[in-house]
Design a protein around this ligand. Structure first.
Ligand code: M6R
Length: 617
């Protein structure tokens, strides 16, 4: 978490940095800060709160000139979000300054040592410890900044993406990475360089970028190429310059009030982009290089273990149903955070699939690394191209959802399910569990999904009306069965994270084992009751809710009459294969949480305490 961005070159750095911070605000928004170097002095401004607060403060306290600078938007780890704990941080002498995304785990030991050497600390952060360690190394070893950063980083345990500046050698920035992402945009003829947690802050200036790998440090000097070395052994790295595909439209709101709404509406296109070139329905082919190249491994796998967090974990649960039902491969779905710490039994006949929109989630990434060490073949389903998980895995398939900026994941979920469905179908056919005609039918049905999602989005006004009735409820229950049980979990998560209303997802049949006690006339219950998914059983559950006066919002298949008679509200989804219903049933749930959050005047795109990319444990 935390967004970092920097500039060194010939332009005024301020507008580049401040706009960059706005684009990176999804990564954390507890506080923000900036440093500019104008050829004589470093000018720092930082404050609790959002980048907009920072802008106001800067108007009053610093001049905005300087062609070198960097900025930070924070998701607090060490130290409460206040002005002092905001980044950047100066070293003791105030010659060095740093911004940092990550955690220095052994900061306390280092801090004590530095205090014994006379250092004082203004903040409670691990970052201030790191910049003073760099200063101490620089002094003791009498080395340049790049070398000092390298030596210091060899002493720290944790994760970092850092940018460091030394005003006594003001022609360079030093950047380093372990665990947290960092991209370096390269301007024409090396006359300017951009640094950022992702490429969005500099996309209008350059499409050429280097993504640092873990344990690399780069020294960036104007007029020279970027020099990258391995932190551990000092070896020179020949980093690849990538051509970025991202464009500005993709990271702007495009007329929508919120990124979340834009991203909900982008789902038809995102699903098409995800299956384009892979799903060749007329030819009866699913082409996925990552699977094709490793098909024997998939076919011989004893089981598939899925690791993920949050919404991606919910997509993993849908995949459990898909793989077991269609491909008849046993599946276990694990939270990255639990899996990595519980000494799991993994063999080289296991396939681990890690699912992550950002490709940076620390727990999922650690699980990937551990699974590979234990000999499993690891397959990544990521959205962000070139992300850490995408790079750490043996093979994979991107979701091609385009940038997802809203903290609440929407199009990432449906595109993850799209990719996972294609894999399940491919394996189902190859393993002989799926007849050619059933397979063919699935392919055609999948092709129809984007149009069905498009049509379904017309329910927006109806969902908005339902939202207006229940927006003040204190609790919500979400129920679903089979393929739609994970959708119930996802619906509850969406509501919780952006409206702060307590919500729980449950398998519908589990309701009578406890949650039913909560039901009274004030409790809205969202029930997914599509035609093919244990319909009669879910109808019985709906009756049980009705008998206790609960308010029923039912998601049903088009043309349903039975549930309509019992439920307080019904939302119809187009008919499709049961396995694909999550791609449709999730849409009204996304819209419901969106409208409730808007009506409650919550910050939809940047809900409190959250960040888009969770790069800490
Ligand atoms: O980038 P990832 O898919 O790995 O992120 C995992 C979760 O942090 C993420 O899905 C989170 O739960 C979302 N805020 C949910 O909307």
């Amino acid at each position: 978490m935390c967004g970092i961005t920097g500039y060194i070159g010939y332009r005024e750095a301020y507008p580049i940095i401040i706009n960059g911070l706005k684009r990176l605000e999804y990564r954390g928004y507890d506080s923000a800060g900036i440093i500019l170097y104008d050829g004589k002095e470093m000018k720092m401004s930082k404050t609790k709160g959002k980048v907009a607060n920072l802008e106001k403060k800067i108007e009053k306290n610093i001049t905005k000139t300087g062609t070198i600078g960097f900025g930070h938007t924070r998701w607090a780890t060490h130290g409460v979000p206040n002005d002092v704990n905001s980044h950047p941080h100066y070293s003791e002498s105030e010659n060095l300054a740093i911004i940092h995304n990550g955690i220095i785990e052994n900061y306390d030991t280092i801090k004590k040592e530095l205090i014994s050497r006379g250092y004082t600390f203004k903040s409670d952060t691990d970052t201030e410890v790191l910049i003073n360690l760099i200063e101490e190394v620089k002094k003791q070893e009498n080395v340049k900044l790049g070398k000092a950063v390298q030596i210091a980083l060899n002493q720290v345990v944790g994760a970092y993406a850092i940018v460091v500046f030394d005003k006594t050698h003001p022609n360079e920035l030093v950047v380093a990475k372990l665990g947290s992402p960092i991209a370096i945009g390269i301007g024409k003829d090396n006359k300017e360089f951009f640094i950022a947690s992702d490429a969005s802050p500099f996309i209008e200036y350059t499409k050429n970028a280097i993504y640092l790998e873990d344990e690399e440090v780069a020294v960036i000097k104007v007029g020279k190429s970027v020099k990258v070395r391995k932190i551990k052994d000092d070896s020179i790295v020949d980093s690849k310059v990538l051509q970025l595909q991202l464009n500005l439209d993709q990271i702007e709101k495009g007329g929508y009030d919120h990124f979340m709404l834009k991203e909900i509406y982008e789902q038809p296109k995102a699903i098409i982009d995800t299956y384009r070139g892979r799903l060749l329905a007329n030819e009866g082919i699913i082409r996925m290089a990552g699977v094709d190249d490793n098909i024997q491994r998939f076919l011989n796998a004893d089981r598939i273990i899925i690791v993920a967090c949050g919404t991606s974990w919910h997509a993993g649960l849908v995949a459990e149903y898909l793989f077991e039902d269609i491909a008849r491969i046993p599946v276990e779905v694990e939270y990255g955070s639990e899996f990595r710490y519980r000494n799991p039994i993994i063999t080289n006949k296991d396939i681990v699939i890690s699912i992550s929109q950002s490709g940076e989630t620390a727990d999922t990434l650690a699980a990937v690394k551990m699974a590979r060490e234990k000999g499993a073949f690891v397959f990544g389903v990521c959205n962000v191209v070139g992300s850490s998980i995408a790079r750490e895995t043996d093979a994979g398939a991107y979701t091609h959802a385009g940038p997802e900026i809203g903290v609440a994941s929407t199009k990432a979920f449906t595109t993850q399910i799209t990719v996972l469905s294609l894999i399940a179908l491919k394996l189902g056919l190859a393993k002989g569990n799926l007849s050619k005609s059933a397979y063919q039918n699935y392919l055609h049905q999948m092709e129809l999904i984007p149009n069905k999602v498009e049509a379904l989005l017309n329910i927006n006004d109806k969902v908005k009306h339902i939202a207006s009735i229940y927006k003040d409820a204190k609790n919500f229950l979400y129920l679903g069965r089979g393929f739609n049980f994970p959708v119930a979990l996802e619906g509850a998560l969406k509501l919780k994270e952006i409206s702060y209303i307590h919500a729980e997802g449950y398998p519908a049949a589990e309701m009578k084992h406890g949650p039913i006690a909560l039901i009274d006339e004030n409790m809205p219950i969202v029930v997914i009751a599509t035609k093919k998914g244990h319909y009669e059983k879910v109808v019985s559950n709906i009756q049980e809710i009705k008998a206790r006066k609960g308010k029923i919002i039912a998601v049903v298949t088009e043309g349903d009459t039975t549930v309509k008679e019992i439920a307080d509200h019904t939302i119809e989804i187009p008919e499709t294969e049961e396995a694909f219903t999550p791609l449709l049933t999730t849409i009204p749930l996304q819209l419901l949480s969106y409208h409730i959050a808007v009506m409650l005047e919550k910050n939809v795109d940047q809900p409190r305490n959250l960040a888009k990319s969770v790069t800490v444990e």
